[in-house]
Design a protein around this ligand. Structure first.
Ligand SMILES: Cc1cc2nc3c(=O)[nH]c(=O)nc-3n(C[C@H](O)[C@H](O)[C@H](O)COP(=O)(O)OP(=O)(O)OC[C@H]3O[C@@H](n4cnc5c(N)ncnc54)[C@H](O)[C@@H]3O)c2cc1C
Length: 508
C-alpha cells in the first residue's frame, strides 16, 4: 500500500550552530529503535487503507471556481502544489487523490517554478528545489507523475490543464498576497468547466474555519482554535500507490538546469546545518522530541541553549506538516506537560494567528495594517531624537554599537536562522535606530526575508509587525521613539541569558 522506503538525511539536526557530524548522529535512530518515519507510516495505515475509505473533513476545502462538478470525459485530476511541498501528511494532496480514486482517474502533481520571488535568494531556492526533488521521487514511486512547470502559474498551468484533459484542480493555501494573486489569475484563465478548489494544508484548523475575521490577539483566537482541535487534529491517511496510471509519464526534470536558470541573488549562500526535504525534516522532529523537548519551556528564550525545535524552515516550505509535529510532540504530554503546552502555543496558536492576520488584513506588512493606537503613537514619536541612526547597509553588515544586536544579525546571515528570542530584540532595535517606523518596518522585513531560511512567511510579517507596530500586543508606558510600543533593552537580555557568551560565539 505504501512502499516508499524512507530516507534519513545526514546533517538534518545539527541545529543552526551545530556541526554536520553531530547532525548525523542526531539524525540516526538508536539501534533497534524505529525511526519516526516508520512510526508515522504505520500510524497512517492504521487511520485508513487510503483516503478513499477515510472520512475527509470537507471544511478543509473551499470551492474557488463557479463550476463545482467534474465533467464527463476528464482524463485526470491535478494537484497544483505550492505552499505545502510534501507528499504525505498533506490534506491538499490527499483530497486530490480522493477525487482521482473516486472518479477512477490518473492523478498528476505540478509545481510552478518562478525565476524569482520577493527577497528570496539561492539559500531559499536551493532548499526548495532539493525538497521538490524528493517530492518528485516519492511521486514517481507512487505512480503519480510530478511535473515541474517553469514560469508563472497563470502562463503555464491553464495550458497544462487543457493538454492533459484535467477535469479538476486542487491547490493548497497561503494567505500572502502574491500566492493569493497566483490563484486568482489561474482561476480566471482556467477553462470554465474545470472546477478549482483550495485546501488549507498548512494550518491544523483551516484559516477560514478558525475565525471569519481578523483576531485581536492570541487571547481571542486561542479559545476558538482549542475548541476545534478535537475535530481537526487527527491522524492522516496515507497517499497510496495510485492505481490509475497517466497516459504518458511526466517530462524528465533537469534539476541542474532549473537551478542554473534561477534569477536570484547567489551571494547569500545555502546553509549546511539544514538538510532540505521531508525525510530530513522528520529526523529533526524526532531529535527535537527525544532530546530538546524536555527543556523547551524552561530554555526556549535562552539563545545559548539548544531547546528550540528548529523546524521553522521545514514548516515554512511545507516539507514537514505542523499537524504531524504536533501529533508527535503531544505523545510526550504525560512526561513534559509544560513543554508540550508551550510548543502547541507557538506552533499552533501563534502560527495560526499569523495566518489569520495576513489573510484578513491586506496591509499585513505596512504601518497601515496596525491598530489606530499604535499608528498614532508611532506618528507622535516619529520626530523624536534617535540616539543612534543606522542605514540599511550598516544594519545588514552588523555594524552597530550593540554587540548583541550585531551577533544576532551575524547568526542570521551565516546560519539562516536567528534565535526566536533575539528576533524580537533585533526588530525593536531597528525601530529605535532608524529615521521612521516606516523605514524600520521596511528594513526589518527586507533583512528577514533575505537571510532567514524561514522568511517570507506570515510569521515573519507578523513578527516584524508585533515588534515595530504593536499588533497582537497592548500599549505600554510611553517613551521616546517607541511611544506606547513595547520596549526591550540590553539590560533585560542580560537578566535572561549570558549575553557575553552569545556575543563571543557570533563575533564578526
Ligand atoms: C521580528 C521577527 C521575525 C520573525 N520572522 C519569522 C519568519 O520569517 N518565519 C517564521 O517562521 N517565524 C518568524 N518569527 C517567529 C519565530 O521567531 C520563529 O518562528 C521561530 O524562532 C522559529 O524557530 P523554531 O522553529 O526553532 O521555533 P520553535 O520555538 O521551536 O517553534 C515551533 C514553531 O512554532 C511557530 N512559532 C514559534 N514562535 C512563533 C511566533 N512568535 N509567531 C508565530 N509562530 C511562531 C513556528 O512555526 C515555529 O517553527 C519571527 C519573529 C519575530 C519577532
Amino acid at each position: 500500500m505504501f512502499p516508499k522506503k524512507q530516507k534519513q538525511a545526514a546533517g538534518a539536526d545539527a541545529g543552526p550552530s551545530g556541526s554536520c557530524k553531530r547532525g548525523r548522529q542526531d539524525a540516526q535512530a538508536a539501534p533497534g529503535a524505529e525511526s519516526l518515519a516508520e512510526v508515522v507510516e504505520q500510524a497512517r495505515r492504521r487511520a485508513a487503507p487510503s483516503v478513499r475509505e477515510f472520512k475527509f473533513n470537507k471544511k478543509r476545502v473551499r470551492l474557488l471556481s463557479q463550476e463545482s462538478c467534474l465533467q464527463d470525459g476528464a482524463l485526470g485530476i491535478l494537484y497544483w502544489m505550492s505552499r505545502d511541498q510534501r507528499v504525505q501528511d498533506n490534506w491538499a494532496f490527499l483530497y486530490a487523490q480522493r477525487l482521482a480514486l473516486k472518479q477512477q482517474l490518473p492523478l498528476h502533481v505540478c509545481f510552478c517554478l518562478v525565476p524569482k520571488f520577493l527577497e528570496a535568494t539561492i539559500r531559499h531556492f536551493g532548499f526548495l528545489l532539493k525538497g521538490l526533488r524528493e517530492v518528485a521521487e516519492e511521486c514517481g514511486e507512487l505512480g503519480i507523475p510530478f511535473h515541474l512547470l517553469q514560469g508563472y502559474a497563470k502562463d503555464v498551468l491553464p495550458g497544462f490543464v487543457t493538454r492533459h484533459g484535467i477535469g479538476g484542480v486542487v491547490t493548497d493555501f497561503s494567505p500572502l498576497r502574491v500566492p493569493l494573486q497566483w490563484v486568482e489569475d489561474v482561476k480566471e484563465r482556467l477553462p470554465q468547466d474545470v472546477p478549482l478548489v483550495q485546501v488549507d494544508a498548512h494550518n491544523i484548523v483551516p484559516c477560514w474555519v478558525a475565525s471569519s475575521k481578523q483576531e485581536y490577539g492570541a487571547r481571542t483566537i486561542r479559545p476558538k482554535i482549542h475548541a476545534q482541535l478535537p475535530e481537526f487534529l487527527t491522524e492522516f491517511p496515507p497517499v497510496v500507490q495510485h492505481p490509475f496510471p497517466a497516459a504518458a509519464p511526466a517530462q524528465p526534470i533537469d534539476w541542474d538546469a532549473c537551478y542554473a536558470s534561477l534569477e536570484v541573488d547567489r551571494t547569500v549562500s545555502e546553509v549546511k546545518w539544514a538538510a532540505p526535504g521531508t525525510a530530513a525534516g522528520l529526523a529533526v522532529l524526532q531529535a527535537f522530541v527525544t532530546r530538546r523537548l524536555p527543556g523547551y519551556s524552561e530554555y526556549r528564550n535562552n539563545p545559548n541553549k539548544a531547546a528550540l525545535s528548529n523546524l521553522s524552515p521545514w514548516f515554512h516550505f511545507g516539507q514537514v506538516s505542523v499537524q504531524r509535529a504536533v501529533l508527535e510532540v503531544r505523545k510526550s504530554r504525560d512526561r513534559h506537560r509544560e513543554s508540550v503546552d508551550s510548543f502547541v502555543e507557538e506552533a499552533v496558536i501563534r502560527r495560526e494567528l499569523a495566518d489569520n492576520f495576513c489573510f484578513y488584513n491586506k496591509s499585513y506588512d505596512q504601518l497601515e495594517g496596525a491598530h489606530d493606537w499604535a499608528r498614532d503613537t508611532l506618528r507622535l514619536h516619529a520626530r523624536d531624537k534617535r540616539e543612534y541612526l543606522y542605514d540599511l547597509q550598516q544594519l545588514e553588515e552588523g555594524k552597530t554599537h550593540d554587540q548583541l544586536w550585531n551577533a544576532a544579525q551575524i547568526q542570521m546571515v551565516r546560519e539562516g536562522k536567528m534565535h526566536g528570542f533575539l528576533r524580537m530584540y533585533w526588530a525593536k532595535k531597528i525601530l529605535e535606530w532608524t529615521r521612521s517606523p516606516e523605514d524600520a518596518l521596511r528594513f526589518a522585513i527586507y533583512l528577514n526575508d533575505r537571510f532567514e531560511l524561514d522568511g517570507r512567511d506570515p510569521n515573519g510579517y507578523v513578527g516584524c509587525m508585533w515588534s515595530i507596530c504593536g499588533i497582537h500586543d497592548q500599549g505600554w508606558a510611553e517613551r521616546n521613539v517607541f511611544g506606547k510600543i513595547r520596549y526591550m533593552n540590553y539590560a533585560g537580555c542580560k537578566r535572561k541569558f549570558n549575553v557575553g557568551q552569545f556575543e563571543h560565539k557570533y563575533r564578526p
